[in-house]
Design a binder for this molecule. Structure first.
Ligand code: ZN
Length: 54
């Protein structure tokens, strides 16, 4: 599972596809649905907006 900003969602998708060879599932993060996951992007310092998982 990768948490990322809008800008890096493509990188995250590529990473999941490379690693698991499946189409990733993409969820939008908000403080309402994932308060514990409201965090920064894994690739930069911005707030994460998406969770990409296999
Ligand atoms: Zn980013």
């Amino acid at each position: 599972m990768i948490k990322c900003c809008e800008e890096h969602v493509d990188v995250a998708i590529d990473t999941i596809v490379d690693e698991y060879e499946v189409a990733p599932k993409i969820d939008k993060i908000s403080v309402d649905n994932y308060p514990e996951l409201f965090t920064t992007c894994e690739y930069c310092e911005k707030n994460a907006v998406y969770i990409v998982s296999n």
